[in-house]
Design a protein around this ligand. Sequence first.
Ligand code: IMP
Ligand code: MG
Length: 183
Amino acid sequence: MRITTAQNDIEKILFTEEQIKARVKQLGEQISADYDGKAPVGICVLKGASIFFTDVVRKITCPIHMDFLSVSSYGARFDTSGVVRIVKDMDLPIMDRHILIFEDIIDSGLTMQYLIELLSARKPASIKVATMLDKPSRRKCDVQADYKGFDIPDCFVVGYGLDYADNYRNLPYIGALKPEVYS
Ligand code: IMP
Ligand code: MG
């Protein structure tokens, strides 16, 4: 087992702590305005979105219930196979509730597509998606975020909840990982 938060594994910082903080505040304001008078259920996709989720909800002014679920995708370490399994389901019922799913990053979009399908079957009043990062060039299906922190190019990033082999989640910034670390 390799345990590291080594800063020399990072090739380049893409977004600093300050940039993330400013963007999260804007997203919180946008979500607060859009859900004014409503009480949505925020659903955090563990573990990657945990930091984004807990930061954004504190910038949301309408009442929001917090819940968590965890999915695992079968197949290779980098490429989602599209076959996703719920490892931990959420607790709250969502029928007739407005739900907002929080993700760390949308890459192929297959994980989000599966989640939307799964949660739609529970008949919520509405479903929206908030993602910290988006890699639009990698999309394999027609999934779009309603709220997004930043678009990024096709590179592997870590920090602010995002990991490689469960490392680097606690970095306060988002950085591109040096290819030699994962190749
Ligand atoms: P998708 O199903 O291909 O959209 O994959 C989404 C999941 O892949 C995310 O929730 C992340 O867990 C993981 N992922 C995709 N790209 C990255 C990355 O650059 N860094 C860390 N995790 C990533
Ligand atoms: Mg994830």
